[in-house]
Design a protein around this ligand. Structure first.
Ligand code: ZN
Length: 308
């Protein structure tokens, strides 16, 4: 054995695990694992590999760390994103990309905190217009930072050895929904296409469509594989902000049950006021009971069904 062969074999033996077939077939576990940043408030947990999630107030934030820097998905509010950005800055790497999953204020108000950190802000093409319209209404035009790398159906970029792709499979929650796939880690941030154990925010004026939304979730179930881990925009607890395809199916089933419930009422000439006398949740989905959101949700979904 010459010196080179000896070194190669010693290196392989030293790795040990590298000779286990399962290890070689799973790229996500082969990626270097960076230490979880330490936040002063909010909650931060590892999802898989170098993808983390952060909850504080507003939509769940996704974070990728690579040798080059950070990619952040969504921004909550300026005050709640700050502890996260402070924690990332300790690592001495740049924030390379900010991606928005849609325009809602609990996902984009914190964009402004990225001014001076990165000029690469990515979103679906419909997002800046909707964000600006909402900011005009809320008199917060001075506090906005808009995405300018805009896409219609698909956009890919890289950080270190990770490839990230944004997808728009049609409107569901809003006209500008995007999901972002960290391909090697095989983690997808779903934004507000996924609400766990509660009634989703649903406004037809923003492009919410309970029929299209089911189609978007079905496309995602076909497109991603059984190993994919999904991050959800909203859930009652930190533990429920991640899940699997089975959760996407449950959300699609919930939307289908809502459509069915209201279709029958429309055909039978039953008003929402009458429905509310005997129902406080969509039949079969008591675990999604959200009293303060239920009447408005029924009114808005009825609009979708009557216009389709
Ligand atoms: Zn939303």
């Amino acid at each position: 054995m010459n010196r080179k062969e000896f070194l190669t074999q010693s290196f392989a033996a030293g790795l040990g695990l590298a000779l286990v077939p399962g290890f070689l077939s799973n790229c996500s576990t082969a990626a270097p694992v960076f230490e979880l940043p330490v936040v002063s408030s909010g909650e931060l947990q590892r999802v898989r590999g170098n993808v983390f999630r952060y909850t504080h107030r507003g939509g769940t934030i996704g974070i990728l760390e690579t040798g080059d820097g950070f990619t952040v998905i969504d921004a909550q509010f300026p005050d709640t994103i700050k502890p996260l950005l402070d924690a990332l800055s300790v690592k001495g790497k740049p924030v390379e990309f900010l991606c928005n999953t849609h325009h809602h204020g609990d996902h984009t108000s914190g964009n402004i905190a990225f001014r001076g950190l990165t000029d690469k802000v990515i979103a679906h093409r419909a997002v800046p217009g909707l964000q600006q319209k909402a900011a005009e209404k809320n008199k917060t035009l001075d506090a906005q930072l808009y995405a300018h790398i805009l896409f219609d159906e698909k956009y890919s970029f890289s950080s270190g050895k990770e490839k990230i792709t944004g997808y728009h499979f049609g409107n569901g929650h809003t006209l500008g929904d995007a999901m972002y796939h960290f391909e090697n880690a095989n983690v997808v941030h779903m934004g507000d296409l996924m609400f766990m154990n509660m009634i989703p925010v649903y406004r037809t004026a923003d492009g919410a469509d309970s029929v299209q939304w089911i189609s978007v979730l079905q496309q995602a179930q076909r497109f991603f594989d059984d190993d994919t881990v999904f991050i959800f925009g909203h859930a009652g607890t930190l533990a429920h902000t991640v899940g699997t395809k089975s959760n996407l199916k449950e959300m699609a089933d919930f939307l289908a049950a809502t459509n069915d419930f209201l279709d029958k009422a429309i055909k039978g000439g039953v008003s929402n006021a009458e429905l509310l006398k005997s129902h406080d949740f969509v039949p079969g989905f008591e675990h999604r009971k959200t009293p303060e959101r239920f009447p408005g949700y029924l009114d808005e979904v009825r609009k979708t069904l009557q216009n389709s």
